[in-house]
Ligand binder design. Structure first.
Ligand code: SAM
Length: 222
């Protein structure tokens, strides 16, 4: 895939789409702030499905002792991310990795983050992703996932997406410009997080169908 084709997969990053991009920077900032207040000495942050990056730079700014791992299945995305993360280059490792099999990634991590990537996963893969993340976090470490969800009610799904399109005209009208399966509901995310072993979890930000899920691994989890 060329870099130009990669850009086409990213409706939020195109020319003139700053309103939505700015809106989605807020949950990244909220997540980094919450983690920095809880684990200011964090050493390792992994961003999986990192793409051209919206999340990792926020954590590197908020956690000065941390190294970051940019991880994605796409080498074309790595080229975009190297520009975006240039000012943090000495602290960032780039690794091609699939979020359905994180065995090649370093661990334990203080933070495993992802944004706008988990909607590519089936419900079974989502549960596996959260379970793997839980196992690969240090006790007290954080799982952060910002992604579109599907509403359990078709009517609410229509309302939310219509309101988003009306208020942010450049937002994609559907689930995005690429062919993806129906994303999991917010309840399915929370259920999968609980099934993975997370008990300390919440949705600290939600706008339209996009939710920020945060879950902290318990200090005494096995
Ligand atoms: C819409 S982009 C989001 C990029 C970035 N995280 C953001 O929020 O702007 C989705 C990214 O997920 C990556 N991706 C899709 N499936 C993946 C998988 N199974 N494992 C790792 N990355 C994946 C794609 O290559 C792409 O870079």
């Amino acid at each position: 895939m060329s870099i130009e084709q990669s850009r086409d997969l990213l409706p939020r990053h195109g020319a003139g789409q700053e309103p939505l991009h700015d809106l989605l920077d807020l949950p990244c900032a909220i997540a980094a702030e919450i983690v920095a207040a809880d684990r200011p000495d964090s050493r390792l942050v992994i961003d999986i499905g990192s793409g051209p990056d919206t999340v990792l730079h926020r954590f590197l700014a908020a956690l000065p002792d941390a190294r970051g791992v940019w991880a994605d299945v796409s080498s074309a995305m790595a080229a975009l991310a190297r520009d975006r993360l240039a000012s943090y280059a000495p602290r960032v490792d780039f690794q091609l990795a699939d979020m359905t099999d994180m065995r090649g990634l370093p661990f334990p991590a203080d933070v495993i983050a992802s944004s706008h990537a988990s909607h590519h996963l089936s419900p079974r893969q989502l549960r596996q992703f959260y379970a793997e993340a839980h196992a690969r976090l240090v006790p007290g470490g954080w799982l952060v996932n910002l992604d579109h969800t599907y509403s359990a009610s078709a009517e609410w799904d229509r309302r939310l997406r219509a309101a988003r399109t009306a208020l942010i005209p450049l937002a994609p009208a559907g689930h995005g410009s690429h062919d993806i399966a129906t994303p999991p509901t917010a309840a399915e995310h929370l259920g999968a997080l609980r099934a993975a072993g997370f008990t300390d979890l919440d949705v600290p930000w939600r706008v339209f169908p996009t939710c920020l899920f945060m879950a902290r691994r318990g200090e005494r989890d096995g």
